[in-house]
Structure formats: structure tokens, C-alpha cells
Design a protein around this ligand. Sequence first.
Ligand code: ISJ
Ligand code: GLN
Length: 808
Amino acid sequence: MVALWVHAARVAALSLYSATPRPRILLIDCHDSYTQNVARWVASASRRVHGSPRDSLRDHWPTVIGHDDEALTATLRSEVSSEFLGEWDGLVLSPGPGHPGSALDFAETAAGLALRNAPHSLPVLGVCLGHQGLAWSEGACVAPLGVPRHGVVDGVFFDPEARLFRGLPQGFGATRYHSLTVLDDRRLWASPLRVVARSKAGDVLALEHVGLPRFGVQFHPESVATRHGDLIATNFLRYCCARSVGMPVVLTAAAAAAAAAPKPRTSWRVVATQVAAWAPDVDGRELAATAYRDIFYNQSRRSVWLDGDGSTAAPVSVVGGTGPHGFAVTHKRGLSTFERPDGQRKVVEGRLLDALRRELEARRPANGPLPLPFDFQLGFVGYLGYELRRETRDYTPGSGDDDDDSTPDSTPDSALAFVDRAVVFHHRLRRAWALELVADGEVPSFEPRISGGGTLWKPPEKTSAVEFECAIDRTEYGRRARLALDRIAAGDTYEVCLTTSFQATVGGAPLEWYERLRRANRAPHAAFLDLADVSVASSSPERFLRVSGRDVEAKPIKGTAPRSADPDRDEMEASILERSVKTRAENLMIADLLTNDLLRVCDDARVHKLAAVESFATVHQLVTTVRGRLRQGADALDAIDATFPPGSMTGAPKRRTCEIIHDLEARVPRGCYSGALGFLSLTGDADLAVVIRTAVFTHASDHHDSWTVRVGAGGALTALSDIPSEWAELKLKANAVLAAFGSTLKPDSFARDDPLFDDDDDDEDLDDDDDDDDGQPSSLLSATTSRASSSSSSSSSSSSAPRWLHSR
Ligand SMILES: C=C(O[C@@H]1C=C(C(=O)O)C=C[C@H]1O)C(=O)O
Ligand SMILES: NC(=O)CC[C@H](N)C(=O)O
């Protein structure tokens, strides 16, 4: 087994496509959200220095293996450990959450083992946690930095003799993501490491081994905001190449064979007919709204309306439903239920993404993607709820965070409709097409009549305000936020998206509420889904992921400011947002994270626009654009697997931060909120929005004419966060939706020195000034404790009974 691994690693290192000698680098991933960026950083330096212009980046990609990989750990624990490591030309240890002395974070993982067993001649580079690990393994001390530095760019001042920084300008800017630091004390001085770079404030930013080719950098050389980082990789690879014997590399046939696997043949066709064209003075969005009501709503078992606003981000509206070949899919905890129009059901066990891929493959139209000016050519429309994270790549099975405290209702984790009939409205071209899926020999029969003018439905203007209740009050929010900041200070996470939800019972059809929402909060990725037991009304401004052909784009948002009716003030809000150090830091972390996630499935991925202001109906946002090209053999479902849940809803590093959030949010499932909503087209394309600014309707107990409506809201906490402002921001986001229900959360009136938000951990005084206090114990600590001791959940559920905050 061990020997096998040595062999497998060699093959992995050899399965490159050219005969150019290039360093073989092993990159051990400590499950950071930036490891893929480190891999790209190494690969591009390798290609530049040791490659030929024809090489692709992937030809130079290091071998990336998780620090908890069983085979690797077993090999590194065995007697062939050094021999195995000797096969490589360089070892890179990635950044990651936690402390290098902790067994599971680093010390007893493949990263720590590799460091212990590395032959002296093997060049080693530790990045951030890897750097701290290098120091720690030499007896130095790693302790809190005092003030964590996350997502900020600082000057690096280095010793001119430092081998790693040859050719770099003194004081070059580098991104920092850390809470811990190597202490510059006797223990470090007694070690063979010397400090070769510092920040202006004197923090240790880089180390070099005096005798061996071993280096550590505390900052992130691979970050989009680090200038000249490429030279650092080049300098490191020099050491690796000195070792490399330039062995000619053999082409392996495995990849080619996999790509040539036969595609299933189908007998399906998509029939497209142009059904409408309209004059410039007609509002295409309203035509689509009418078509949705007239053709699909209440007429097919499931119906959907992707209410694109005609902007470049969302040029089309799609209305559709489940016709004769349509069906519904709901998914909960590893089980997918398929329901055909005739009511027949089948239940399939396994990952939802795999099930969806199978269904799409089985219906791939023989007449291929049609030459139409849009990507949705029938397929799945619906939502992938946040809980789907347990079936995607950034989840550690057995991590113990699959113990949801309560399922609020019968809402499926994910729900989609397979839409076999739709009308697509192209707002710029002012034309609409009807699409229908037909089987071989079947005669097309879908002939929708698109009527405009006169018949538009308008919701009644006045509605009495709905009273929403928040699942937690501000005291509890303050407590959770402080715990999040503690975890940041401990180095376990760099950014935490902390959320909660607002709930109400309403009468009237969800569609009518949606009609109000789309007027109150116009948004590019707005949508309405009628999926029988659950309806979703969304006014999301955020694109999660678009796959069009092989092009992939993500547009994460981080940074929110209110809009103002006064144009001067409005402009000022936008410009303050754009320049805020705190929000730029928040945004940078997620920009780097999305790049990392896309690199898992793309040949390359890059930030195209970093933190640009975009103004929506109720808020200004900082939006980043990350783009890549899908790797051969990867599809949209792989892209979802690599990026879900949306990083802007988790924080970084994603894997560990999701576990932390699960605790902080008292194990209450987020459901549809925080997931993704949109389509997976039969063409293989996809476009999904992040589920925010969204109301989710489920039937209120047995009353079929009343609905429980839930609205999630939250925001990112970083080391720079000020808790009262975060709470205000959360309410601002909630208001974007609550306004459609005639309801507005008022700003809290409390002094800046409100004891609720004090850093002092003295819980005793916390409730004293709380005007919402109903005398119940606050929930989070008990919930966390009960989880740690894995005792009964009843104690935590009773103590986490919400203390309501009223909305009017
Ligand atoms: C969490 C929400 O929004 C997310 C958080 C943002 C932020 O922290 O600034 C901005 C957009 C979203 O990615 C929400 O709207 O509820
Ligand atoms: N980016 C990192 O690798 C962070 C390392 C460590 N967890 C810290 O916070 O200091």
C-alpha cells in the first residue's frame, strides 16, 4: 500500500505532457481556501522559467494532496517516508486554519510529518500556517498577533541578503491573512531560522533556514493583491531545479481515454419558435410577468420565473413550467425524490449533483445547443439549499457538523423543477422564444400566446404591515459576533459570515408578495419559484456562478452601504464604501477564495475586477468579478461542487468556517437562504444567483391559505468589525425584503459604549440594558457546550428558544 503510494505519486508527477525538465512540487493542502491559488502561483512561475511557450499552466501544476489524505499520511508515517519525499524537487506547505502545534491542524497531519521527515536537500516553502509550522517544528513559539491582520496589504521590508526576495522592491505590498505569529524571542534565536522580513510594525513576515533550503512567508504571495509575488516563486523554484535531474517525462494515455468516453445517445430535441417581438416602449419584463401568470402559474404543477432585469448581467427573463416531460426533484439529507406530472415518485440515494447530471445527460438533445442568444434551453430551474454543502467538496465528512438542531418545516434542502416548456424573453433584442422538449416522433404542441398591454396585474397598493420576528435579538447577535471574533483571534478563521432569520405568517399568495418585492427591490437576479410545498421570492443582486460554454464567472459581493434619496449623500455612501479598509479586506478575502475555488475546475482563473461599487435599489455593494475557463472534462456540476456553498456566505477558509458557523448559528439550518438559485440548462450551461434578499414561503401548519415566510440576513465579520455596525448592516439587508411586506426594522438606538457590545466577556451584565429582554438565558453558549459534550439536544433547543425582536 505504502509502496503503491510512492509509485502513484511518481506517476502523478510524471503524467505531464511535455518533455521539458520541470521541478516536481508536492503541495500539501491544509484545507485553506487559498491553496489552489498557491498551486497556480507555483505553476505560473514554473512555466515562465522552466517551460516552453506551448506548455499550459496545468503542465506545471504541482501535485496537491490534502493534509488528511490517508494514503499520504500512512506513507509519511512509514519507514519509506524520506525516500518518498526524496522523489520530489520541492515541498510547499499551504496556509490553513488553526495553530501549527495542533495535531489536527498541522502537527500530526501530512504537513507536519513531511516537515519532520524531509531530506535535508529537499527545498521547503511554508506559506502562512506552513511558515508557522516550519518555525514551530524548529522549537519557536507561535502565539496570537494581538491584532489579527486579515485581507490587508502591508509593506514587506526584507534583508537584502534574503534569498527568497531577490529582485523584489523593498517594501513591496503583500496580503496578510493571519491571527497568529512566530514570536521573535529566545526560542526563535536558538533555532536555525532567521528572520528575513518584517512589517513596518516589526511583525515577523519571513524566515529562512541558515543551512538548508527552507523558507517561510507569513503573508500570502499568491493573493491577487500581492505585487511581485511571482518573483518569490521563481526564487524558490531555483532551489528546486538545482535538485531536479530533468528527467524526460512520458505522456500518459489515461486522460485521453477518459475524455473519449462515449456520450449517451438521446432521442430528445428542443424545439424553439420565436413567439413575440415588441416595440421599445413596451416593458419586456412586464410581458414576461404576464406570460408567467397566464401560461404557467397554477397551470403546471411547478412553475418558475427568472425575472432578469435586462441588464448585461441578466439580459433575459425565463418563465416556464413542468409539461408532459417535466418533473420535480426535491432533496433532503442524501435522498432525492423525483415526482412526475402524473404523481409517480421515485427516491434515489446519493449526491444531488450526481442525480442532476444523470438526468441532464439522459435528455441531452440530439439537435445540440441551438444557435439562440441565451444559455437556458430547458433543464433544471430551482434552488440548491445551503445544506447541500455536506455533499460538496469543502466538507469534511465526520466533522460532526451534520447534527442540525431542528428542521424548521418540511422544506426540502434543495428543490428544482425540470422545465420542459418555457418562454425566454430577451430584453435588448425585444424578442421572445418558446422552447419545448419533444421526444422522437412527437409533434410539438406548445404554442403560447404572448399578450401585452392592458392585462398587467398590479398588486394592491396598500397592505397592512406584516410583523416579522427575528430568531435572535441583538444581545444574542452581539454574543455570537464576539465568539466569532474570538475564533478569528485564535487563527481558526479569517472571516465569518454570520446570519440569522426573520419570520412571519402571511396570508395571500406568495406570487403576490413577489410582485411587491420586485417593485420594492429591483435586482438583476430576481426570481420567483412555485415548487408546490415551497415558494421562493428572491431579489438577489449577487451572481454565484455562471457557466457558459467553458467560460465560468463568479461575482461575489462583500461590502454593503445604504442608498440615500439625497444624491450627494448617496454618492458619499458609495465612495466611503469603496475606500473603506475594512470592506476592501472583506472583499479581498472572498476574491482570493473564489479564485481558489474556480481553480479546482478551471485551467486558470483570475480576478478581473476587484471590489467595484455597484448600486442596487436599496444598497450599494462592492462586487468582484472572477473568471476562468473550465478544464477539459469538467462540467457545470463540477464547478458547483468546487465552489458551493458560495464563499460570500461562509467566509474564509471555507471548510473550517462552515463548521464554526454551524456552532455559532446554533445548528439551525439556513435552508434555501445562502444557497444558490437559477438554472442548469440542457446545453450544459448554468447561471446561479446567491440566495440573499429572499423570502421563502412554506405552508404554515395545516392552513393552506396561510404561509410561513422566512427571510435570512447576515454579513461578514472580520477582525476589523465593529459589532453595532454589523448588526445595523444585517438589518439594512433584511429591510430590502421586509419593505415589500410593509415592514421596516428601525435602527437600534444605543450608545457606542453600549455594554451589549463591549469586548468584556463578563456575561453577567449583558442582559441588564436589553429592552427586548424576556428573561430567558441566551442560547449560544449552552448550545455550543451541549454540542461539545454531545449531550441531548433538548437542553440546547429549549435554551436556544428565540428571543424575538419585533419589526415595527
Ligand atoms: C449575508 C448577506 O449578504 C452577503 C454579505 C454581504 C456583506 O457582508 O457585505 C454582501 C452580500 C452577500 O454576499 C445577506 O444579504 O443576507
Ligand atoms: N492564512 C493562514 O495560514 C493563517 C495561519 C494561522 N491560522 C493564523 O491565523 O495565523
